[in-house]
Structures are given as structure tokens and as C-alpha cells.
Design a protein around this ligand. Structure first.
Ligand code: SAH
Length: 514
């Protein structure tokens, strides 16, 4: 008998989690933790798909989106699906836009779970009713304008005889009114308020895709909003805000005045960048489409050296964080104990790899001052290398330089290819689809390999899309591939690239994005 305790059989549970209004940062910590733990995630149209980055790759992700009349699954099917997945023992996250209990039928989903005798928990979220106005510079309450607010659905037809909404009381209510859903009923809603005595000069605004990079706001008055929305072709999803607080927008419009607001920028994702560029551009107000171009796949290894690693090598060479992760994960799968490494010394190139090694409570015996594999090779003295045995696990793109130099110095190098880089074909977050449907104003390339990987994806280059390049080397690669470079960073760093975008962003045609 093993003394490792048996796992009790798993009880299923559903978490009704609010995804927040859109901005990827407006998800609760509890929501993020549950996404990371989920076996199944069922999400909606209004959830930012970036949240799916928190989900484990093995988890099942189901899109239950509804956009306008376009229902992928009916509410009954969604309810049945949640119940089925929880019954099967799954940890199910039902991710819903905004707050799960503010419209969107979260309450009904909870009732279904109760009826089925299943466990559930609710994780509130930031509702668009408050967040969308906030990002448009409209505080939902303010001492000078409103000491309360009411949130109602626009789905109710105000011309219906038995409307569930008391329009007369609502017209009299002095606080801020926020209407969710039913942009197409805006005329009927404002008409009902006016018919019951509301002042047509009351400031009113529509906020579309609030808190997203693609947010749009239309400010008018209760009397003119419907006409203006129609003239501009203003579409769902949007909230309507009615009340004196809307007039504060002129003073408090903090989000839409950011320097890159209204610019849609494609960031081609590479390992090295790790989202720094995206998050900085996002903070400058840009609408970011992060499109991964490459994926890393494990390569099967059938080398006996895995079995008796200990004592066979003097040095273990790790030249990238991926190489470290693939090596240690596979090694532990095989041996179950890091001590099977034996007394081998570890040499790394960069700080990222060093961190991965230290995270496994292992020390680093050698790291060059300059973070290149040539510098690592140079850090080994000839007399140190002669007759020594080096283990060098790496990916399919690692350079030949390091093993060649060590062999030339009389070392014995054993190499394994543990993973390979392939073009990304999945589009889990739908960013590639958005790019193909909506286009963009800019695409950024932070390296030659990013340019090559992008080119390999074979996506169409829409008119109006301009290229920002990290520097002369990247630009040369881009030109060789047949692209025209619009701007190049003066200094080849992320900050340099952002600087270049900011400079020409001022002159870019905002109309080029819809
Ligand atoms: N539970 C959600 C609301 C679901 S009902 C919440 O708390 O926000 C769907 C309606 O919410 C949409 O028709 C739209 O009116 C509004 N909505 C949701 N996200 C929005 C956003 N980012 N910007 C503007 N309106 C949004």
C-alpha cells in the first residue's frame, strides 16, 4: 500500500463568475483563481476572451455567446449544459459579462443548480452599468447631480400595456438612470420618459463597448439621443446613461483622451516579449489585438540517457526558459525526484532561464555577463572542457554555436531536441478573427523572427494597416518579405517602439478603423 492518501472522488461545483465589463484588468482575483482551477469554462459574448489566458490548457472551453438575436445556445441549453458538467464532477466556471446577477439571467442559472441539488457559488463582477459610464468620464452619482441611481432593462417594450416598469415614477426619479440592453429600443425608452414629463434637456449618453479599447461614446440630451444614435448608426452593446452626471464628462473624460485611444494595434506575440508591449500600449489607450504566431510543441524523446542521467554528465546546459521547463518537467515525469540529477553542474544564459532553475531549488554554477550562448561558450576555459560531458537539451531553433565550440575544445556534448516551434493555428481568444473582420491601424514587430512567423501565418494584409518595426534588422527582414515599414523605433527597445507609435499615432487616420 502506498502511504500517499487517495483523492476522494471529486464533487462538481459551479461558479457563477462575473467577468467584469471588458477591460482585462477588471476581473476579480477570486474570478482569476477559479478560472485557473476550472475543468470547464462556459463563457459569453460580452466576456473579454483575454480572461481565457488564465485557464489551464487541458480545460474545456465552451462559447455560449449570444450577440443580438444570434444565439449559439439557448438559455435552456446553457442551463442543461452547466448541470451536466457539474454532475460529471467538474469544476465549472460560468463566466458572465459584468456582474452575473445584473440581468443576463444569472439568477435563473443559479435556480437550475439548486433544483438539481448541485453546489454553486457566486463571484460578483464589476457591472457595465457603472463601469462603462466611469470609463466615459461619467460618475454614476455626484453630490451636485444625483444622490441615487437606477438600472433598468431596455428590453421591456414601454408601449406595451402592462409594462413591468413604472415609467411615471421613473420620469419623476431624480437620480441617474442607466439602461442596459435594447439600444434598438432607445427611442421608445426616451419617448416614454419624455411622455411622462422628463425634461428633454437632461444630459444623456450612450457608451458602447465600455472599458474595452474599442469604446465609443455619444453624448447628447434625452430629447436628441435617439436621433443622434440613429444618424451615427450606434449599435449594441451599449449602456444608456441619463442624468445631470453626464455633463461631467467634459471635465472627467480620462480614458478616451489617452494618446493612442481609437487606434487598433496588432501585437505579434513572441515568448521574449511576454505581453509587456501590449500592456503598455493598452495603458496608452490603444485597442490591442494580441495575435500569437507560434506555438511550441513537445518532441518525443526516446533516449536511454534519461534513465541514468546521474553521474553521466558534468554539466547541464540550459539556454532558454522553455528548454529549462521542458527539461525539468520531462525529467521529473521520468524520475519523480529532482535528486536523480545527481551532482551535475548547471550553466544558463539569461536571467529568465536562471529564474526557472532557481524556482526548482537548484543552484547555477555558470552564467555569462552577456546573455548569449556565444558568451556562455566563451565562459568555459579550454582545460575545463576537455573530456567533460555536457547534456544540452534544447528546441529545434537553438543555434549550433555552443555545442560546436565545446566540441572543438574537446568536450563531449549530448543533445536532445525536446520541443519545436510551429505556426499557431488555434485562435482561442478570437483575436485573429477580429483582425480579419475589423482590420487594424498598426501592426508591431519586435524582432525578425516575429516578422517571419507572422508572414508564415499567411493572413491578408488589409488596406490601411501600417507597420511599426523595432529597428533596422527587423525592418530589413520585413522588406525582404515584401512589407513596407511605416515607422521604425529610433532606439531598438520596447520603449523606442512605443515612442515611434506615439509620434506617428498623432497623425494616423482614426477613420481607418471602423
Ligand atoms: N451582467 C451584465 C449585463 C448583461 S445584459 C453586466 O453586469 O454588465 C447585456 C447588456 O449589458 C448589453 O446589452 C449592454 O447594454 C450591457 N453591457 C455589457 N457590457 C457592456 C460594455 N462593456 N459596454 C456597454 N454596455 C455593456
Amino acid at each position: 500500500m502506498s502511504d500517499v492518501p487517495q483523492q476522494p472522488s471529486k464533487q462538481g461545483i459551479a461558479y457563477l463568475v462575473g467577468a467584469g465589463p471588458g477591460d482585462a484588468g477588471l476581473l476579480t482575483l477570486r474570478g482569476r483563481d477559479l478560472l485557473a482551477r476550472a475543468d470547464v469554462v462556459i463563457y459569453d459574448y460580452l466576456c473579454n476572451p483575454d480572461h481565457l489566458d488564465h485557464v489551464r490548457p487541458e480545460a474545456e472551453i465552451i462559447y455560449a455567446g449570444k450577440s443580438g438575436g444570434n444565439h449559439t445556445l439557448t438559455q435552456d441549453q446553457i442551463n442543461a449544459l452547466i448541470v451536466e458538467k457539474v454532475r460529471a464532477g467538474g469544476t465549472v466556471v460560468r463566466l458572465k459579462g459584468g456582474d452575473p446577477f445584473v440581468f443576463g439571467r444569472g439568477g435563473e442559472e443559479a435556480q437550475e443548480l439548486v433544483a438539481a441539488g448541485l453546489a454553486f457559488e457566486v463571484v460578483p463582477g464589476i457591472t457595465s452599468a457603472i463601469a462603462a459610464p466611469a470609463y466615459a468620464g461619467i460618475p454614476i452619482t455626484h453630490r451636485d447631480f444625483a444622490s441615487g441611481f437606477t438600472v433598468l432593462t431596455g428590453h421591456e417594450d414601454p408601449t406595451k400595456e402592462n409594462s413591468a416598469i413604472d415609467w411615471e415614477a421613473l420620469a419623476r426619479f431624480k437620480g441617474t438612470k442607466v439602461v442596459l440592453m435594447g439600444v434598438e429600443r432607445l427611442r421608445a425608452v426616451s419617448g416614454a420618459l419624455l411622455a411622462h414629463g422628463a425634461d428633454p434637456a437632461t444630459p444623456a449618453a450612450l457608451v458602447r463597448w465600455g472599458t474595452w479599447g474599442k469604446q465609443e461614446t455619444l453624448a447628447a440630451t434625452l430629447g436628441t439621443l435617439a436621433d443622434e444614435a440613429e444618424a451615427r448608426g450606434f449599435k449594441a452593446p451599449a449602456v444608456t446613461v441619463i442624468g445631470g452626471v453626464v455633463s461631467l464628462r467634459g471635465e472627467l473624460n480620462w480614458f478616451e483622451t489617452r494618446p493612442l485611444f481609437g487606434q487598433r494595434i496588432v501585437v505579434t506575440r513572441t515568448r521574449a516579449q511576454a505581453g509587456v508591449l501590449s500592456s503598455r500600449l493598452r495603458e496608452l489607450g490603444a485597442d490591442i489585438l494580441e495575435i500569437p504566431t507560434i506555438r511550441i510543441e513537445p518532441v518525443p524523446v526516446s533516449d536511454g540517457a534519461w534513465d541514468d542521467f546521474s553521474g553521466r554528465f558534468d554539466w547541464l546546459l540550459l539556454t532558454s526558459p522553455n528548454a529549462a521547463d521542458f527539461f525539468f518537467d520531462r525529467f521529473l515525469e521520468r524520475h519523480g525526484d529532482i535528486r536523480a540529477l545527481g551532482p551535475v553542474k548547471i550553466a544558463v544564459v539569461g536571467p529568465g532561464t536562471a529564474a526557472r532553475v532557481r524556482a526548482r531549488a537548484l543552484g547555477i554554477a555558470r552564467q555569462p555577463q552577456v546573455f548569449t550562448s556565444e558568451a556562455l561558450a566563451a565562459a568555459f576555459a579550454e582545460e575545463e572542457v576537455r573530456g567533460k560531458r555536457f547534456a544540452f537539451p534544447h528546441g529545434d531553433l537553438a543555434g549550433e554555436g555552443l555545442p560546436e565550440t565545446l566540441r572543438a575544445l574537446g568536450g563531449v556534448v549530448t543533445e536532445w531536441i525536446l520541443y519545436r516551434t510551429v505556426p499557431e493555428t488555434e485562435d482561442r481568444r478570437g483575436t485573429r478573427r477580429r483582425f480579419e473582420e475589423e482590420g487594424a491601424s498598426w501592426i508591431t514587430f519586435a524582432s525578425s523572427s516575429a516578422a517571419e512567423n507572422w508572414h508564415r501565418l499567411g493572413l491578408a494584409h488589409p488596406p490601411g494597416l501600417r507597420i511599426a518595426s523595432m529597428g533596422p534588422v527587423t525592418s530589413a527582414t520585413l522588406r525582404k518579405l515584401g512589407y513596407e515599414v511605416a515607422v521604425e523605433a529610433a532606439e531598438s527597445t520596447i520603449s523606442g517602439l512605443i515612442e515611434a507609435l506615439l509620434k506617428s499615432g498623432k497623425t494616423a487616420e482614426k477613420e481607418s478603423i471602423q
